[in-house]
Design a protein around this ligand. Sequence first.
Ligand SMILES: C[S@@+](CC[C@H](N)C(=O)[O-])C[C@H]1O[C@@H](n2cnc3c(N)ncnc32)[C@H](O)[C@@H]1O
Length: 234
Amino acid sequence: MKYMGSKARFAKELLPIILKDRKLKQAYLEPFAGGMNMIDKVDGIRIANDQHQELMAIWQALIYDNWDPPKTVSEEKYKHIKYNQSEYPKHLVGYVGFNSFGGKWFAGYRRDKEGKRDYWGEHYRNITKQVPKLEGVQLSCKSYLDLEIPKNSIIYCDPPYESTTKYRDSFDHAQFWDWCRQQSKAGHQVFISEYNASEDFACIWEKDAKTTFSWHAEHSDAKVSVERLFVFDS
Ligand SMILES: C[S@@+](CC[C@H](N)C(=O)[O-])C[C@H]1O[C@@H](n2cnc3c(N)ncnc32)[C@H](O)[C@@H]1O
């Protein structure tokens, strides 16, 4: 699924590092699973969490309830769903809300002036292609702070980055890094995607990346940033 901050284009490089020492039956957990663009390439015991309710409702409906999403949605319908969300099932609200301008939640109907792109068809194909790869994944919808984590898990964190477009809820970054310290000390293998971290975290991978993530980047030349992967280095 096309998703703001998706790690799809880095998965091939990141996953061999993250999964290098994985043991048989060791759980792989993503507290910020978003568009499932990493976890759909992992096998074995997998737990995908994200606190966004409509987002997780899409995955529940697609993976476990055999939902076939609409192949197209008119602009009129889009607007009706946007302004009358409580009248529609959460998975439909999620499906429509995320297929918006810039991938931002209900940020505007995507229209192609030249009529060459079928945005709804692309959304449908992208998302339904993932479904078979997500069979068996355990879904969870809560704050990462409330997760119950199986012993000695591999935890891959892709949180909202500091100083990028804000998601719907504000995010306490200091509290997040503390949580990562605690989970690492508790025996989990914790990996974090971010641009920067404090000195007690070691960078184990980095790559220059153009980002289309921020509002600024969407409206000017794509800005260059350095994607990094960190682990706690006590
Ligand atoms: C950068 S995106 C993850 C993208 C995902 N890795 C992908 O490749 O598609 C960050 C996600 O964190 C979620 N999120 C934000 N605050 C959260 C919290 N406190 N607990 C759990 N999830 C949260 C957002 O809903 C968003 O989906």
